[in-house]
Write a protein that binds this ligand. Structure first.
Ligand code: HNI
Length: 143
């Protein structure tokens, strides 16, 4: 899968709109992940509080979206941008790759809520493709 020039334009245009609220986007998508797919909570059993008001969930959501922002800024080389994180998730955290797709889904929902009418079908397909690539790159060190 690869992103077309139009996809890249859509992503940079919509990212410019949501990036000032990146931390909020992060906590919302992570909170949705933990509520909608509660099996994902197992990876965060070391967090004292898993509610959306949890300082740990907020901090972690901000980190995740920070990495998404870096990948957006290196859209022509997502592999290099996420290479260290790919190693961390595969070798240290051992997160089952199915979960990357679940987070991709909750990120899409949060993007849609944040962008409203600007989340056009063209923006939607671009982000869906982009997040699938992110999920694939994060899982590529597993075997
Ligand atoms: Ni993920 C740590 C980015 C999906 C479980 N994760 C991070 C960090 C970033 C990050 C950034 C912080 C690294 C550091 O401190 O050096 N994670 C991402 C991205 C995605 C993703 C970009 C997908 C879009 N991570 C997931 C998923 C799970 C997950 C789907 C589990 C359901 N991540 C973790 C855990 C940690 C983590 C667990 C360590 C948290 C901690 O602070 O102990």
């Amino acid at each position: 899968m690869s992103l077309s020039a139009t996809d890249k334009e859509q992503i940079s245009k919509t990212w410019a709109k949501v990036s000032p609220k990146a931390a909020q986007l992060g906590v919302e998508s992570l909170s949705r992940l933990l509520v909608v797919f509660p099996q994902t909570k197992t990876y965060f059993s070391h967090f004292a509080d898993l509610s959306s008001s949890s300082a740990q969930v907020k901090a972690h959501g901000a980190k995740v979206v920070g990495a998404i922002g870096q990948a957006v800024n290196s859209i022509d080389d997502i592999h290099s941008s996420l290479s260290k994180l790919s190693e961390l998730h595969a070798y240290n955290l051992r997160v089952d790759p199915v979960n990357f797709k679940l987070l991709g889904h909750t990120l899409l929902v949060s993007l849609s809520a944040a962008l409203g009418a600007d989340f056009t079908p063209e923006a939607h397909v671009a982000w869906d493709k982009f997040l699938s690539i992110v999920a694939m790159v994060l899982a590529e060190k597993y075997r």
